[in-house]
Design a protein around this ligand. Structure first.
Ligand code: UDX
Ligand code: UDX
Length: 490
């Protein structure tokens, strides 16, 4: 007799599953955050219709451009995914009113720059754009709407949003009551690796009071992110976590940059020090690359926002602590400018200096807060002529940045003092120095022995990113300075 075969019961861990509800999402702000984030959600949730709106018509036109090289932002892998979902379940439009009125969920991805006037000037975030968007939502939304703060905002902003929404919550047309749930779901993507960060996030953070709304947003991410990576918190923890994450990351960059200066004085090598400390699991190996200082739209703005929060709550020592992370960043940019001038015999009047890289990091066309801005302005102020090359940054953006006002550097720059070139050879022709500021892959393998001929000797190469191979630089009349090592001699 055959023994009866018992069915084998396999106990699988409980997995939360997405419900794949049909939903209409509107995202206000088609920038570096809104564009890639909505592209990823659209590609992972085909049942959801997403409309990304923006008040800037040119931006929307660029997002809709048939030529994918004309997208408003350069981000590796973005164009490929976008081409699969655009005009299927992802739309870019200027019709803010229409998109709001149809939306169940609205993501706020407008910019929140540091205030340049009034109370909190130079520290507090300017919430003007966010407020304008919320007022539009109050006017045009229908029924119940979940509002998601994607933009980085000061702690307690959700309270302001709720106040604004609740003071105008009657639908004028239908005489129906409108209701809202405000959720914080900060973005942790880094430019240049945004697609990878969105596809495989270390965590997704969702903060909110209304647990149904938190669940809805969680279900969206469950389409491709496992539930243990989705953290839910209260609203304020979520808002503060975003500021804290950026402040900690920026602090690491400032810390390693102080050590790079000590390395140059002592004969230690920053790359070796970074490797040695990074193998300690408690420290970890990421964010230990010395450079010309951190840039990007977030780090400085978010630390300033944290500082403002501390001052508001009279935590002056804490404010000073974080302010110093920015002070070190400014110092690093000035230190590099000074040592360039020093090595060129103390004067750079009418000398030609080649700038390699204007983006704030590799793999992006974003120049916001790029260290290249301050260093270039410092050099121009000392009388240098700059030739600039960046594989992705357009001349218009460089012009805008060089004419921006901050610190004590000159606001406007005479256009005859700098020129953007499309080839490295043209950029280097006749230059007394080359300053490498962005770690673009193509800069790591340049044919230096050919390029040296183009330079006026004695010439200097300043590698602020520590990416060049010193063995390529044993040539008469060529001097090499590497960040965290100093003047290199074979
Ligand atoms: C984002 C976040 O929103 C910001 O808080 C974070 O700190 C940095 O990243 P980002 O996407 O990088 O901003 O900004 P940006 O590329 O400037 O895009 C914002 C978009 O919002 C712009 O295209 C702007 O035109 C749009 N906008 C602004 C609106 O559509 N409506 C407004 O009222 C204001
Ligand atoms: C940052 C955060 O990483 C991201 O989570 C948040 O959502 C937005 O702000 P981003 O500014 O796009 O992202 O780039 P990031 O890679 O953090 O670099 C910021 C700056 O630090 C760049 O200028 C970069 O060159 C510099 N950096 C970074 C260093 O100088 N050394 C390092 O080791 C790492």
């Amino acid at each position: 007799m055959l023994a009866s075969i018992k069915p084998l019961i396999i106990l699988e861990p409980y997995m939360e599953k997405p419900t794949k509800k049909k939903r209409n999402i509107c995202c206000i702000g088609a920038g570096y955050v809104g564009g890639p984030t909505m592209t990823m959600i659209a590609s992972k949730c085909s049942e959801i219709k997403i409309t990304v709106v923006d008040i800037n018509k040119n931006r929307i036109d660029s997002w809709n451009s048939a030529d994918l090289t004309k997208l408003p932002i350069y981000e590796p892998g973005l164009a490929e995914i976008l081409s699969k979902v655009r005009n299927k379940n992802l739309f870019f439009s200027n019709d803010v009113k229409g998109a709001i009125s149809k939306a169940d969920i609205i993501f706020l991805s407008v910019n929140t720059p540091t205030k340049i006037k009034g109370i909190g000037k130079g520290k507090a975030s300017n919430l003007e754009y966010l407020e304008n968007s919320v007022r539009e939502i109050a006017k045009y939304s229908k029924g119940h709407t979940i509002i998601v703060e994607k933009s980085t905002v000061p702690v307690k902003t959700a309270e302001t949003i709720e106040l604004l929404l609740n003071s105008s919550c009657l639908d004028n047309v239908n005489n129906e009551k409108k209701t809202y749930s405000v959720i914080s779901n900060p973005e942790f993507l880094a430019e240049g690796s945004a697609i990878k960060d969105l596809e495989k996030p270390d965590r997704v953070l969702i903060g909110g009071k209304d647990q149904n709304a938190v669940k809805e947003i969680k279900e969206l991410y469950l389409s491709w992110v496992s539930s243990e990576k989705i953290l839910t918190t209260n609203l304020w923890s979520s808002e503060l976590s975003k500021l804290t994450a950026n402040a900690f990351l920026a602090q690491r960059v400032s810390s390693i940059n102080t050590i790079s200066a000590i390395c140059e004085k002592t004969g230690a090598n920053i790359a070796e020090v970074s490797r040695a400390i990074g193998t300690d699991q408690r420290i970890g190996k990421n964010f230990l690359n010395a450079g010309p200082g951190f840039g990007g739209s977030c780090f400085k703005k978010d630390i300033l926002s944290l500082v403002y929060l501390c001052i508001y709550y009279r935590l002056d020592e804490v404010a000073k602590y974080w302010e110093n992370v920015i002070a070190i960043n400014n110092w690093q940019q000035d230190r590099i400018s000074r040592l360039i001038i020093g090595n060129l015999f103390g004067t750079i009047e009418n000398k030609k200096i080649a700038i390699l890289g204007f983006a704030f990091k590799a793999d992006t066309n974003d120049t916001r807060e790029s260290p290249a801005i301050k260093i270039s302005k410092n050099l121009l102020q000392e009388g240098a002529k700059l030739s600039i090359y960046d594989p992705k940054v357009e001349e218009e953006k460089i012009n805008f940045e060089l004419n921006s006002c901050f610190d004590d550097v000159a606001c406007s720059i005479d256009k005859s003092k700098w020129k953007k070139f499309d080839s490295i050879e043209d950029t280097l022709k006749g230059a007394d120095a080359v300053v490498l500021l962005t770690e673009w892959e193509e800069f790591k393998y340049l044919p230096w022995s050919n390029l040296f001929k183009l330079l006026r000797k004695p010439a200097w190469i300043f590698d602020t990113r520590n990416i060049l191979d010193p063995n390529d630089f044993c040539s008469e009349g060529i001097n090499l300075w590497i960040n965290g090592i100093g003047e290199y001699s074979n």
